[in-house]
Design a protein around this ligand. Sequence first.
Ligand SMILES: [Zn+2]
Length: 181
Amino acid sequence: MTPGRPTAPHRTYLQEALALAREAQASGSSPVGAVLVDAGGEIIGRGRNRVGEAQTPEHVGAASVAHAEMDLFFAAGKLRDPETLTLYTSLEPCLMCGGASALLGVGRVVWATDDPWGGSGRLIKWSDHPAMQETQVLPCPDPELEAEGARLFAPEAKRAFPDEGWALWQERYPAETADVE
Ligand SMILES: [Zn+2]
């Protein structure tokens, strides 16, 4: 982030995304949450990971693609003026969810914590992709919430990712991964 830039406007929404991530975890899914915010600052969509749960058709079926962002987009339906919207997520979107955000024309994506293994940034540079150039990306604007998000997801990263992926997490977030069993 730009030094001295206030983090407060992002903080509330990232905290809401993290709260949804904890709700997902409590329901047996992966701890990732997301909210969609309009130009006036109102939350117009909420989503969370549902991969570990029985699915209903409106929640993208019984598929392991039930990521928080997809959950949100399926529930939100057709977006009005998507270029004015900001998607806040607890964790850097994967290629699917980043791609969906760009395809829908969402103006900005902000995430609390990087995902050095599963995040789309490892695979593509958004600004280089013709279909994604219109979507502004703001990673980790709030250091405190970044650490909170890393601690929340770290056990899942260790469980779900291969050794190579967990190693990237340890390298990116040494303090937050140190005590993970
Ligand atoms: Zn995803």
